[in-house]
Design a protein around this ligand. Structure first.
Ligand SMILES: [Zn+2]
Ligand SMILES: [Zn+2]
Length: 382
């Protein structure tokens, strides 16, 4: 038995990088696929070889092992002495045996081997969804577009339209497995490996569905209507049952999860279910008291009654005027912080009145009527 030269099989140089190897594999797999080749028996052997070569050269660990020892971990290397003689275990000592042993059981034990002949549920999809704070405040129905695999409607995921579309794999005679004799320093082992010609399925597709080329699924752009409940916040997931990847062999579809991200708002900040905003008020209103309108979200306004003597930075709370809670039981609060505006430009009359105000004495003795005059002069009354 001769060592297989995986590089030669894939027709790549020994220093070919991962993408070269992948490209070569894809091309060869297409050309030698038993479903399309004229000499199917020869193509199946060749296809198995290509798969085997790629499974080693595309795996960093297996490739390193192959480059060093001239065969894949656990591969059938024929001559009991010669196989290990070439590269030897070098300075690796018993570490090398350990690695080899692990690799043998990896391949032969079948712990992680995929079972592709049973119906299986499709994968879940996850995608992000951005919302404005207004949309989160009110709730919204949003359309999302996604391009994803859906069951081929022509063959209903069965991969073929014909009753005899599949044929038993001639390499493994339908078992999906091959038995390999492997000689190791511990004696001969029989290992079971998935059949490369049929990827362990035990059958090969002879008459693929023309719409999906035998994949059983097709890529399709879909638009979904997503109902987003009021009160939703960043980090929450909305589940769309059955909108994930189609199942294998008639298994149910997976789900689609939309990961919510609520964008920051220009003037309103959200903390949990509470909202915070700022309102600028004139120093006259802060001093004498007054009434202003606060804009919140979506045209919602609140009337803020400012008590006389309100200081800059005072926070007024509107109970139950914040974000709705997701369970609709109640709402958070709206907090309005006032910023007192001090005028920067004064006309002659305003200056005169403010001087009079200052001269009138301490705050306790301030004449209200004078302050009203100043207010009118400054803002024209409101
Ligand atoms: Zn189809
Ligand atoms: Zn097979």
């Amino acid at each position: 038995m001769s060592q297989k030269d995986y590089y030669q099989i894939l027709g790549v140089a020994r220093d070919a990088d991962k993408s070269d190897i992948k490209r070569a594999f894809k091309r060869l797999a297409r050309e030698n696929h038993p479903d399309v080749a004229e000499d199917k028996a020869a193509a199946e052997v060749k296809f198995g070889e290509i798969n085997e070569a790629y499974s080693v050269l595309s795996d960093d660990e297996k490739k390193a092992y192959y480059d060093r020892y001239g065969h894949a971990p656990g591969a059938n290397q024929g001559d009991p002495g010669g196989g290990f003689g070439g590269g030897g275990f070098g300075g690796g000592g018993f570490g090398g045996f350990g690695d080899l042993f692990e690799s043998l059981f990896d391949l032969g034990g079948g712990g992680g081997r995929r079972q592709q002949s049973r119906p299986a549920r499709g994968a879940d999809y996850r995608m992000g969804m951005r919302l404005t704070l207004e949309e989160a405040f009110e709730g919204v129905t949003k359309e999302v577009e996604l391009t994803s695999d859906v069951n081929c409607s022509r063959c209903d995921g069965k991969q073929t339209l014909e009753a005899d579309g599949f044929a038993q794999c001639t390499t493994c005679h339908g078992t999906g497995q091959l038995h390999q004799q492997v000689r190791t320093p511990f004696g001969a082992l029989t290992q079971v490996v998935p059949c490369g010609a049929c990827q362990g399925r035990g059958r090969t597709l002879k008459k693929p569905c023309p719409d999906c080329q035998g994949r059983g699924s097709v890529e399709k752009k879909r638009a979904l209507q997503v109902k987003v409940p009021a009160g939703i916040d960043t980090g929450k997931l909305i589940r769309m049952p059955g909108e994930g990847a189609p199942g294998n062999l008639g298994g149910p579809s997976g789900d689609l999860y939309l990961a919510i991200e609520v964008e920051a708002h220009k003037t309103v900040e959200r903390r949990g279910n509470d909202l915070f905003t700022k309102k600028s008020i004139y120093f006259t209103d802060a001093t004498l008291g007054g009434e202003v309108t606060v804009d919140v979200l979506l045209g919602q306004t609140e009337t803020l009654k400012i008590p006389a003597g309100t200081q800059n930075g005072t926070v007024f709370r509107f109970k139950g005027k914040g974000m709705p809670k997701l369970d609709r039981s109640s709402r958070g609060d709206l907090n309005v912080m006032v910023e007192v505006i001090v005028p920067t430009k004064l006309n002659a009359k305003q200056k005169k009145l403010l001087k009079e105000f200052a001269e009138a004495g301490s705050q306790d003795a301030e004449p209200a009527s004078l302050f009203d005059k100043i207010k009118d002069a400054l803002w024209g009354g409101h």
